[in-house]
Ligand binder design. Structure first.
Ligand SMILES: Cc1cc2nc3c(=O)[nH]c(=O)nc-3n(C[C@H](O)[C@H](O)[C@H](O)COP(=O)(O)OP(=O)(O)OC[C@H]3O[C@@H](n4cnc5c(N)ncnc54)[C@H](O)[C@@H]3O)c2cc1C
Length: 331
């Protein structure tokens, strides 16, 4: 399938447009300067037509809208079917999805149906002078950064949230909105299965937090996370953890920072009892200010910290909490 331009899948779930969409559109605009073609976006769901203009304001030239009732909107197979037929029709060179749980579930289905490759969890995408699309992602647990060319077309990529800058909104921008019919439910080949129990909702979105207090294996007990949570709350932030704490069942995956967790860029990141493995650093090293508390003066995280406190977190954190309360006049 030879094609042109970039198609961005606008993730629109239960009335929420995921902000990674704006970042992908911004990247799409940058890429078409070398790739040619235009930036198209596709949005599917109940109320989708009300968000089409917004996608144009962020840089899309054309937006394909599939308006559907709430009942059928949250069906990955429906999204897959619609995307596959749209991609056959408009033949983009590159399709971008957010590497969100939804995007990670949808993109492989579309890629498999189109018999094309998919590069997941990318940190960058660029176009070479000869017009090839290169996808950049960590490999071998983050020890190398791989630059990947896909031989099949279209090129399909999922990109992590917050790795690209969102473009500025330009309400004066014009574009084309194309309203499409969603086929009757019967046309989508899927089988309803009974969901046993409610799917657990996402606990917290640490990627959007301004302040993060993160705990690692320096913590002795699960209950001690409460100490860090108290500090986080006082600072208007959220609690996050390193992966071993998720593996131990102390915290949910939503709270994991790192290579196989979330990428975060808060204003302040306070790492307590975290050594600074490459896999952890991959998720937080771009934080504006990094503060670390560690008993080991040679811990790797020291090299990345703006402020490195050599000390026991069980002494340092309570003192910090006490001091914040004292300054604020709280008991
Ligand atoms: C494929 C793969 C993917 C991975 N993805 C991730 C990921 O996404 N995120 C992630 O975090 N890890 C990830 N890991 C795991 C990673 O390699 C490390 O094992 C992990 O980051 C270490 O976590 P930690 O820093 O909490 O623990 P440790 O490395 O054990 O460090 C604990 C630190 O606490 C300090 N300490 C101990 N007691 C105290 C105290 N009382 N006060 C203060 N400091 C104290 C110690 O000096 C030490 O520096 C991944 C690994 C693999 C193989």
């Amino acid at each position: 399938m030879s094609g042109e331009g970039v198609l961005v899948y606008a993730e629109y779930i239960e009335g929420m447009l995921h902000p990674v969409t704006y970042e992908l559109i911004g990247k799409g605009r940058e890429l078409i300067s070398k790739l040619g073609g235009s930036v198209k976006a596709v949005i599917i769901g109940s109320g989708a037509s009300g968000r089409a203009e917004e996608l144009i304001h962020y840089g899309a030239d054309e937006v394909y809208v599939y308006e559907c009732s709430e009942g059928v909107a949250l069906n990955t197979l429906l999204h897959k079917e619609l995307l596959v037929s749209l991609i056959h029709e408009i033949k983009p060179k590159l399709v971008l999805y957010g590497a969100t749980p939804w995007g990670r579930s949808l993109a492989p289905r579309v890629a498999a149906a189109l018999r094309t490759g998919l590069t997941a969890d990318c940190l960058d995408v660029y176009v070479t002078d000869d017009g090839s699309i290169v996808q950049v992602r960590p490999a071998f647990t983050g020890n190398i950064i791989a630059h990947i060319k896909t031989v099949t077309t279209p090129v399909m990529t999922t990109v992590r949230y917050k790795v690209f800058k969102p473009p500025k909104k330009a309400p004066s921008r014009n574009g084309k909105v194309i309203i499409r019919e969603v086929p009757a439910d019967g046309d989508i080949h899927h089988k309803e299965i009974e969901v046993l129990g409610k799917v657990r909702e996402k606990e917290v979105n640490i990627a959007d937090a301004d302040v993060i207090v993160a705990g690692g294996k320096g913590l002795k007990r699960r209950e001690d996370l409460k100490l860090l949570e108290e500090l986080a709350e006082l600072l208007g932030g959220v609690l996050a953890v390193s992966r071993p704490l998720v593996d131990a069942g102390w915290a949910s995956k939503d709270r994991q920072v790192g290579f196989s967790g979330n990428v975060v860029k808060p204003r302040v990141y306070i790492a307590c009892g975290i050594s600074g493995s490459p896999q952890h650093l991959a998720g937080m090293k771009d934080s504006k200010v990094i503060i670390a508390v560690n008993i080991d003066p040679s811990a790797s995280i020291a090299k990345y910290s703006d402020l490195f406190v050599v000390g026991d977190l069980y002494e340092v954190v309570p003192k910090l909490i006490e001091e914040i309360k004292r300054v604020r006049g709280k008991p």
